[in-house]
Design a protein around this ligand. Structure first.
Ligand SMILES: [Zn+2]
Length: 139
């Protein structure tokens, strides 16, 4: 689901990680989801299909785990705590949207920690807000 915000330009950042569970590349700077690992191919010179890689985005990692592992830890937490259990793709969407909203700074910013405990904590923080919203609508 698109949140309706228009972005001035398509993501051109050079770090992120391929999240195999959802088959998408997630940018570590703006949390944009792309269809694949950003790669530019150079000419082969022989007139054949361009196959040699001229440039390839960097796999992001911080505090000992990769960006994909961080997102996985967050989404697993959503799935573990929701009843009925949240679908995996929705859980990843929730994790990515929460990061985008919560942290104006890019993944890996040294002001935050990026280990599994931090991922779980972020997911818990997000779900705490859900509970409050539910309480209000029930009240
Ligand atoms: Zn980006």
């Amino acid at each position: 689901m698109d949140d309706g915000t228009t972005r001035a330009q398509k993501c051109r950042h050079t770090r992120g990680d391929m999240v195999s569970e959802i088959g998408l590349w997630v940018c570590a700077d703006c949390y944009e989801k792309l269809s694949g690992w950003p790669v530019k191919y150079g000419p082969t010179g022989g007139g054949g299909p361009p196959q040699n890689i001229a440039w390839r985005a960097e796999k992001a990692s911080s505090d000992g785990i990769s960006f994909a592992e961080f997102l996985c830890a967050m989404s697993c937490r959503y799935m573990m705590r929701t009843r009925p259990r949240m679908q995996m793709r929705d859980a990843y969407d929730a994790a990515i949207e929460y990061l985008r909203w919560m942290l104006p700074d890019a993944y890996g910013d040294t002001a935050y920690s990026w280990d599994r405990d931090a991922a779980v904590e972020l997911a818990d923080d997000d779900m705490q807000d859900w509970d409050q919203a539910e309480d209000k609508s029930n009240g």
